[in-house]
Design a protein around this ligand. Sequence first.
Ligand code: GLP
Length: 244
Amino acid sequence: MNVVICDDHQHMNALAAQVFIDLLKSNPQAVLGLATGTTPIGVYQKLIDSYRAGEISFAEVTTFNLDEYIGLHRDHDQSYYYFMHQKLLNHVDIQGQRVFIPSGVEEDYATYCQWYEDRITEAGGIDLQILGIGSDGHIAFNEPGTALGSRTHITELDPQTIRDNSRLFKSIDDVPRRAITMGVATIMEARQIILLATGENKAEAVRDALQGPVSSECTASALQQHPDVTFYLDTAAARLLQNE
Ligand code: GLP
């Protein structure tokens, strides 16, 4: 895996955004895997800037988001549907029918999860997936203990994730307890993956992901087995890495 350590967050966002920009220039019909969370917001802003500067277009792009809270309607201000539209999609020329964000309000999730997987396959798979990482080492909402062979599924959120994400809700009781998420195996099928992590509270997760055993206890560790992954880290998030 490649690791880029960069203390200037603007520069880090620019480097990560450049991976998308290069892809979109060479393949305007690229399929992008998108993530929520605070960490990628700066990258999305750089993509909006690049679009406004006329460098890239999303007109033929297809996007798939990783996950969504169960029970939140798309117009809830903490839904990931709302987040993606606020932070990126409303500001570029993407076509609504090529935006896929898991729904948090389905009745038959067995059917729906398979439908989501089928849409990814039908689109030809994901060319470039951006990820954040949870402080417990999760990618998307693949919490500790999730099988590394998992595909899109419903999951119970870990108490640590509920605590972490409560900062964005009025109270911890408002944080949904379940989510729909792409599985680890779904994510691993992306042809290229970039993961961003900043801040002290990600340091253990980053160490376990990069230098721990490949284990469902840290689902990001599965990325060690992917042929094209780059971690973009600030020094706080990279603090516990051992020189190898
Ligand atoms: C949520 C998302 C993850 C994201 C994580 C980290 O749990 N499901 O995809 O990586 O938050 O979020 P942040 O970037 O805000 O630390």
